[in-house]
Design a binder for this molecule. Structure first.
Ligand SMILES: C=C(O[C@@H]1C=C(C(=O)O)C=C[C@H]1O)C(=O)O
Length: 272
């Protein structure tokens, strides 16, 4: 909501054909060419970087705790078995890969993984731990119900000293070449939208609290943690994630390729 709130305030909403969907679906639509500009989870951006150009904002990032991307364990992390069963939320790509890298490369475990519906009870029915994102992760952060909750953006910062970038905005390269002016307009409309949200954050929180099962204070804290643009440190974090992810997924059926030399490639006509 903080990303598109201002589109309604400025009238820009009337000029764009806005689609709302879960992150995996939005990523799929952009890659398939059914969306021209949109958010894409970092892992899918890295897989399709040759077809896409990065837009510097909005983005979904955090420099420290994000509250909404969590490893939830039944026992404290120290007591997690050497080969735990770990359920991965089906609508996450980047959060679940971050969770796998941390579990194996930082906490020294050799898990077996299953894919789960993004729901705590389903996730932990048959597993020792789960990686959850979004609303369900935020809910568990507030109501752990006896489980242990590890914030994966905070863990990433401890591990690397860098912010974690979960999703970026990108434009399809062919669309950007055909309509550079429109891409610029859309970028500025979203930039203005996020700026308005910051100015009117109490109203954004009140509106979000009407639709979401969270108290206004919890939403205000969450929106404060989220960072909506890519600064130099975020780019360092993005490059570090890309480099670790490409090494880590080298033997996966669908590896994450390394960024091309000098990457990521931005849509050149935009100010950063
Ligand atoms: C911060 C979040 O990160 C999300 C995590 C994603 C992923 O793991 O693939 C995708 C989009 C992001 O918006 C969240 O869901 O709250």
């Amino acid at each position: 909501m903080p990303i598109y709130w201002g589109l309604a305030r400025t009238g820009a909403l009337l000029e764009v054909d806005l689609h709302r969907a879960a992150p995996d679906e939005l990523s799929r639509l952009l890659v398939a060419g059914d969306l021209d500009i949109g958010p894409i989870t970092l892992v899918e951006y890295l897989r399709h970087a040759e077809d896409l150009l990065l837009i510097p904002d909005p983005a979904v990032a955090a420099d420290g705790p994000v509250l909404s991307v969590n490893l939830v364990t039944k026992s404290p992390l120290d007591d997690l078995p050497a080969s735990p069963r770990v359920a991965l939320a089906s609508h996450s790509r980047t959060g679940v890969l971050l969770g796998r890298m941390l579990l194996e490369d930082r906490y020294g475990r050799t898990p077996t993984y299953t894919v789960t519906a993004p729901d705590l009870d389903a996730a932990l029915a048959d597993a020792d731990a789960a990686v959850l994102i979004g609303d369900e992760a935020l809910r568990v952060h507030h109501e752990p119900r006896g489980n242990h909750v590890l914030d994966l953006a905070a863990e990433w910062r401890d591990w690397t000293g860098l912010p974690m970038v979960f999703a970026v905005w990108a434009v399809r390269r062919d669309y950007a070449e055909a309509h550079p002016g429109l891409v610029k307009d859309v970028h500025l409309a979203f930039r203005e939208s996020v700026r308005r949200s910051r100015d009117e954050i109490d109203e954004v929180v009140a509106a979000a609290a009407r639709w979401e099962p969270f108290a206004p204070d919890a939403l205000a804290e969450y929106f404060d943690r989220l960072q909506f643009g890519l600064g130099d440190r975020h780019l360092d974090g993005l490059r570090e994630f890309a480099s670790r992810a490409s090494r880590y997924t080298g033997r996966d059926p669908e590896p994450v390729p390394a960024l091309p030399e000098g990457g990521p490639e931005f849509f050149a006509a935009l100010e950063r």
